[in-house]
Design a protein around this ligand. Structure first.
Ligand SMILES: Nc1ncnc2c1ncn2[C@@H]1O[C@H](COP(=O)(O)OP(=O)(O)O)[C@@H](O)[C@H]1O
Ligand SMILES: [Mg+2]
Length: 392
């Protein structure tokens, strides 16, 4: 609870507590000495009045007292003394409260000013992402803790960037090195199948399994290469969405036929602005998922809408859907929803597809959302929003 209170409030509260303790001590001390002083003054005044006690006999005229008695003078002085003391107590407590309030307001104001640079640094840190790892934050000219913190953050960014580049290169190299032996293996399996059309059942199962697993490894290698691509050479153009989906569907026609999927493509010629190769990869992965996680004889419909600022693509399927709690996680590398439902070799995958899609959509400054089907049917609708003009 205390940890959640902002530093500014903590600092103000601490200042007010310190001020209260100091002012309280000071007030008690001054009040005590004021009381002592007033007693001393009274003691030195009242006896003087008592010296002339005998001369001071009241001349009594019936009904009128001409001179007050010593006791009356004494009481009068004491009453006055108490009144003055009380006034002093009240005003000192008043001043104390005023000082504490002014101190608190000043502490709140100055701590706010002092924290401005920290807030600015925090904002810049929040805006840092993997894409900006190589950029340094400007170190303020002040020689204070904020400058030191900025330098430490820049140092950390450097180290992260180095290990990120190393990891990217390592994955790309591994994927690249595996490509050739896997392709050779795949070709050899194909040749073996062709040369031995009449295999016994065990061999046939073995060869089929091997072919599937090799195909899966090849796909994984390709995806790893796509994911480690830093997309520096992208070329923006205006793409007709219906043409793009037609060519993706044609590349996936075997899988569509295997599952007897009924696919509806966009009918209108809406335009998407972006890099053709990258958007092809992104939408290929999305359509591949809609087929892979769909039921036999399922339905996929792709609908596009266009406005002056953006183009929206909705890919709706009748598959198993993605639980709401995992709709953010599926964009992470190697994340697969439920290993049990993917264990079947025919549904093999790498958990890299949606990570690639997200990276490409982010690169186009677009958004991707996974939503329930609007008509309440089983499955998922993937909505991709792509802006018309890429911001500089
Ligand atoms: N259209 C979809 N319907 C149901 N589940 C999906 C769909 N698309 C993705 N998923 C789930 O999200 C996970 C991550 O997808 P992806 O990154 O493409 O990896 P992969 O398809 O290689 O497993 C998949 O394992 C799957 O469980
Ligand atoms: Mg996939």
């Amino acid at each position: 609870m205390f940890d959640r209170i902002p530093i500014r409030i903590k600092f103000t509260a601490m200042t007010m507590i310190i001020l209260t303790v100091c002012c309280l001590g000071l007030t008690v001390f001054t009040n005590m000495s004021a009381k002592r002083m007033s007693i001393n003054i009274a003691e030195s005044t009242i006896p003087a009045a008592s010296i002339n006690q005998h001369d001071n006999q009241a001349v009594e005229i019936p009904g009128i007292t001409m001179t007050p008695s010593v006791d009356a003078v004494d009481n009068q002085v004491r009453a006055e003394q108490e009144r003055l003391l009380k006034q002093y107590y009240i005003s000192s407590v008043g001043y104390m409260l005023v000082i504490i309030i002014i101190g608190g307001v000043a502490a709140y104001y100055f701590s706010g000013k002092g924290l401005t640079s920290l807030k600015e640094l925090n904002k810049k840190m929040k805006n840092s992402s993997v894409a900006t790892l190589s950029e340094e934050l400007p170190v303020p000219p002040s020689n204070d803790e904020i400058a030191e913190l900025t330098e430490s953050f820049n140092k950390m960014k450097h180290q992260l960037n180095d290990s990120f580049i190393f990891q990217q290169q390592f994955s790309a190299n591994v994927a690249h090195e595996l490509r050739t032996p896997l392709t050779v293996l795949n070709t050899k399996l194909e040749v073996f199948k062709r040369k031995n059309p009449e295999m016994d059942e065990t061999s046939e199962v073995l060869v089929t399994d091997l072919t599937k697993q090799v195909a899966r490894l090849i796909d994984m290698g390709e995806k790893l290469l796509q994911l480690t691509n830093d997309y520096t050479s992208e070329e923006y153009s205006s793409i007709i969405a219906s043409d793009l989906f037609e060519s993706i569907a044609s590349d996936l026609k075997d899988r569509l036929m295997d599952k007897e999927i009924q696919l509806t493509l966009p009918t209108e010629s809406h335009v998407i602005e972006g890099d053709l190769d990258l958007l092809y990869q992104a939408f290929y992965n999305l359509l591949e998922n809609s087929i892979k996680y769909n039921k036999q004889q399922g339905i996929i419909s792709i609908v596009t809408t266009e406005s002056a600022d953006e183009t929206v693509v909705n890919i709706k399927d009748t598959g198993c859907g993605i639980p709401k709690s995992q709709r953010e996680d599926v964009f992470k590398t190697l994340y697969r929803v439920d290993e049990a439902r993917n264990r079947d070799a025919s549904v093999g995958g790498s958990g890299l597809g949606l990570a690639i899609v997200k990276k490409i959509i982010d690169k186009h400054q677009g958004q991707i959302k996974l939503l329930d089907n609007i008509d309440g049917t089983q499955g998922i609708t993937v909505t991709v929003v792509l802006p018309k003009k890429k911001e500089a």
